[in-house]
Write a protein that binds this ligand. Structure first.
Ligand code: F2R
Ligand code: MG
Ligand code: MG
Ligand code: MG
Length: 310
């Protein structure tokens, strides 16, 4: 099924909206105080963080190169880096090293020798689902390649694959049961498989009504892929037919890495529901984000025409 342009905008604007609305609640006292000072643009728009910046870098790279090009992506990530976007500590160090001329392959394992297992590759994975919406196998390859630029640990990559697959399924309006089956097909690391088992509760609607605290404890609210991706998937599936603001309130109540969990959940919710259902508020670069989403939609249509012609 070809997704409408509204669903492409919904995905990218949902990501940026979750990020910007969640950012004031991320981290501890110091981080929240800092965001109160720098969390608005001069025009009064809600600013977004590294989650949206790196997603836009990835989209711009895919559109410019027509495919996933790791060297180009690494350069764009490094050029886009700014401390005031609140990057993860490991990613910030990697990007500064690339800025100074180190090649991305050695930089990406220079902070953590096995690579990062943070959620930084997962938070931008919805963009790969948009670009490769007509080709699941290509989407999976590109998700792994895009993750490796900064997150080469198996859990960092595995989290990115889960978020890309869930976004892909919701873009294609798959049912919750089908979405979970597709996730199961593409989840092999035992640490992730055991957490996916939690979702068996979705076959029993009576057990859906978990409290935020219970979700934070059981699925996590941390900065690692393993402790945040499942919470985002839970939010998107539980609230897919409910208002975005209800999902946001639940994400805030879960606490922890709120901007990133809400960015991933927001992207999936927007992919399912479209931009027309998202709340309208003053969001940094809203028009530009919408424009990039439309370019991704056009690129997808062109790729589909190519597949059909060949
Ligand atoms: N950085 C922030 N927020 C700052 C407030 C956080 C607060 N101080 C707190 O501690 O709660 N947000 C942004 O960072 C997250 C994305 O992170 P990313 O890009 O994955 O960064 P990184 O540094 O690669 O990983 C995050 C942390 O995970 C631990 N870690 C990862 N791999 C590790 C490994 N192989 N060995 C040991 N530790 C590893 C480290 O603590 C990393 O710093 C998002 O929330 C984004 O919004
Ligand atoms: Mg962030
Ligand atoms: Mg975060
Ligand atoms: Mg402006």
């Amino acid at each position: 099924m070809t997704r409408s342009p509204d669903h492409f905008s919904g995905c990218l604007l949902g990501l940026a909206s979750g990020d910007a609305l969640g950012a004031p609640y991320e981290g501890g006292f110091m981080e929240r105080a800092l965001w109160r000072a720098i969390g608005r643009t001069r025009d009064g728009e809600a600013r977004w963080t590294d989650d949206t910046r790196m997603s836009l870098d990835l989209a711009e790279s895919l559109l410019a190169r027509g495919e996933l090009d790791q060297a180009d992506l690494a350069r764009r990530f490094a050029d886009g880096y700014a401390w005031s976007r609140g990057y993860g500590q490991g990613t910030a160090r990697i990007l500064k090293r690339i800025q100074r001329g180190q090649d991305w392959q050695s930089a990406s394992t220079s902070v953590f020798s096995q690579g990062s297992y943070g959620n930084g590759a997962a938070m931008r994975a919805p963009v790969v689902a948009l670009f490769y919406v007509h080709d699941l196998a290509a989407m999976l390859r590109a998700t792994v390649d895009s993750a490796r630029v900064t997150h080469s640990h198996p859990l960092g990559i595995g989290g990115a694959v889960l978020i890309a697959v869930a976004t892909y399924a919701l873009l294609h309006q798959r049912t919750t049961a089908d979405t979970l089956a597709l996730l199961s097909d593409h989840c092999s690391d035992p640490r992730l498989v055991s957490k996916l088992a939690f979702f068996e509760c979705f076959s029993d609607s009576g057990t859906l009504a978990h409290a935020p605290r219970s979700i934070a404890v059981r699925l996590g609210n941390g900065m690692t892929a393993e402790t945040s991706c499942f919470t985002a998937i839970y939010l998107a599936l539980r609230f897919r037919h409910a208002p975005f603001d209800d999902m946001m309130a639940f994400a805030i109540a879960c606490g922890g890495d709120v901007d990133t969990i809400a960015a991933m959940a927001g992207a999936m919710w927007g992919a399912a529901n479209g931009a027309s259902k998202l709340p309208v508020f003053l969001l940094e670069q809203r028009a530009y984000i919408q424009q990039i989403a439309q370019l991704l939609c056009e690129a997808g249509k062109a790729a589909q025409r190519g597949i059909q012609a060949s």
